[in-house]
Design a protein around this ligand. Structure first.
Ligand code: 5GP
Ligand code: ZN
Length: 116
């Protein structure tokens, strides 16, 4: 299901431009428009499955595993795995989430500071 009001759904459906880094039947990965590190990639389910981790059900566990596994492989592909990287799910307002479509941040390419 895609949501017309959701920016990530519009990216996934090609209504908004985006440079694809990775795509399969379920997932899409693309650079964050406001990168916080030399490598800053967003990994999303193509469908508007849930808004965030907090909205997930047990049935979504496989999807979460796929996202994390893809992040690991993308980090290797981007050449940042050996030095290290950060994976972030912002969850709802206190977690700093701005886009309500499940997404995983992959950040690396420099030594990241302490968590906020
Ligand atoms: P959140 O704060 O919800 O965890 O992260 C949302 C991220 O989406 C932000 O880092 C923001 O820069 C990124 N973003 C928002 N709109 C767009 C867009 O249109 N294109 C891309 N590539 N990234 C976006
Ligand atoms: Zn969406």
């Amino acid at each position: 299901m895609r949501n017309q009001d959701c920016i990530f759904c519009r990216l996934a459906s090609g209504q908004l431009p985006m440079t694809k880094i990775y795509e399969d039947d379920e997932l899409l990965a693309f650079p964050d428009i406001h990168p916080k590190a030399p490598t800053h990639i967003l990994i999303i389910p193509k469908d508007h499955v849930v808004t965030s981790i907090a909205a997930m059900s047990e049935a979504n566990q496989r999807l979460l595993g796929q996202m994390l596994w893809r992040a690991k492989l993308l980090a290797e592909g981007q050449g940042i795995a050996e030095a290290g990287y950060r994976l972030v799910f912002n969850v709802r307002r206190h977690g700093g989430q701005e886009v309500d479509h499940l997404h995983l941040h992959l950040l690396g390419g420099r030594r990241l500071g302490p968590m906020a």
